[in-house]
Design a protein around this ligand. Structure first.
Ligand code: ADP
Length: 397
């Protein structure tokens, strides 16, 4: 039988997530994370056939050293796995307007990703380092890139245009792009299956809620709006990102309060969201624990998070007209019954009624409808971005 194993790489600026996946069955043979790049304690953790491993990569190690370790130590310990790899699939954060689908890596595609770097200055350069390191480590193995922005390229201009001088769009590409496209695509297609409908006749609102979060309006299988913008800062309340904000807050911080632009960048990306509101943690579990223990700041964080999310979901009834289901996914969407319940309570005007037992059952990787029979459907669908990357890679080689 021909092998269908794909090495999936997600290179961040200071970390690299990796997995070896069967692109047809979705079976995962290896998964891991290398992190703390360029620091003293750069390290790598992995799970191979259910066995966990961990190692230091050496002070200052980064992508090249991590890939070297994956190839020459982890995969070398199981040569039959390495021999079966047919492709490498890379997650790429920003494909600008250039990439509407996954692509085989060529010199031209590398150049294209480079050109989109100004739109994702932390991510795209890291992806390019990963591509080059993978080319060096795997020689002739074909490589495929899968863009986080691609699924959102079907958005109409009405949804993606910012109401600013359009010269800024024409000359510099300043518009809304959206992220988490692979996840929104995957769960919207799984939703069609679960609803027994054709993808081309399925309208869903997909809520991807992890450390970052975004909502997408998917009409007839195509994205028509999403909450992230030029960058992942726009939209929902996230773990440490503010989401929507009056842009004048930035001028006030800089002009009146004397903050530097770098300070403001850090505040809005790293100190805001659930962390900023709770003054305690960016982690949803910690927020829920605090709320249960009577911590008012955690309750505020929870309420603002749910209220903002519900408003986005409600607003996406505008482009959809008919909503077949609301989908929850990502670490929070797949696990937090409380957040799902609160969001759907805000949406009671549309008829949503949570079924407490079903809501409790759809957790920890279990898919399922969480609303009462005879009321509009909200459901949980665990996402699987690695699988999308692996199957796109297989389809392109
Ligand atoms: P990332 O965006 O980094 O991939 P995840 O999708 O793993 O993140 O989501 C991380 C979030 O999921 C965290 O806020 C975490 O608290 C939350 N989460 C994970 N498990 C639970 C749970 N059982 N209950 C509530 N929240 C959870």
């Amino acid at each position: 039988m021909m092998s269908k194993l794909v090495l999936v790489l997600n290179c961040g600026s200071s970390s690299l997530k990796f997995a070896v996946i069967d692109a047809t069955s979705g079976d995962e043979y290896l998964s891991g994370l290398a992190e703390c790049f360029n620091l003293e304690d750069a390290r790598i953790k992995w799970k191979l056939d259910g066995n966990k491993g961990e190692a230091a990569l050496g002070a200052g190690a980064a992508h090249t050293e991590a890939l070297d370790y994956i190839v020459n130590t982890i995969l070398a310990s199981k040569p039959e796995l390495a021999e079966q790899l047919v492709a490498i699939g890379h997650r790429i954060v920003h494909g600008g307007e250039k990439y509407t689908k996954s692509m085989l890596v060529t010199d031209e595609v590398v150049k294209g990703i480079e050109e989109c770097s100004s739109l994702a200055p932390l991510h795209n350069p890291a992806h390019l380092i990963g591509i080059r390191a993978a080319q060096a480590a795997f020689g002739s193995l074909p490589q495929v890139v899968v863009f986080d922005t691609a699924f959102h390229q079907t958005m109409p201009k009405t949804a993606y245009a910012y109401a600013i001088p359009q010269k800024l769009y024409r000359d510099h590409g300043i518009r809304r792009y959206g992220m988490h496209g692979t996840s929104h695509l995957f769960v919207s297609q799984e939703a069609a299956k679960a609803l027994g409908k054709e993808v081309s006749d399925t309208n869903v609102i997909t809520c991807h809620l992890g450390n970052g979060g975004s909502v997408a309006a998917v009409r007839n299988g195509e994205c028509v709006d999403t909450s992230m913008g030029l960058t992942p800062l726009e939209g929902l309340v996230m773990g440490t990102r503010s989401g929507d904000l009056d842009p004048a807050v930035i001028f006030y911080l800089v002009d009146s309060l004397g903050y530097s632009l770098e300070d403001v960048h850090n505040i809005l990306h790293k100190e805001s969201g659930l962390l900023g509101l709770s003054e305690k943690t960016n982690d949803c579990r910690g927020i829920e624990e605090g709320h249960a223990a009577g911590d008012e700041a955690c309750t505020l964080a929870l309420e603002v998070f749910c209220y903002r999310l519900a408003k986005y979901v409600a607003s996406y009834t505008v482009p959809l007209k008919r909503v077949d289901a609301i989908i929850f996914t990502g670490g929070i969407g797949e696990n937090s019954m409380l957040i799902r319940e609160k969001v759907l309570e805000h949406l009671a005007i549309f008829g949503y009624e949570v079924d407490a037992d079903k809501n409790a059952a759809a957790r920890f990787g279990n898919e399922g409808v969480i609303t009462k029979d005879g009321t509009p459907v909200a459901m949980v669908i665990p996402t699987n971005e690695e699988f999308v990357i692996a199957s796109d890679a297989l389809a392109l080689i």
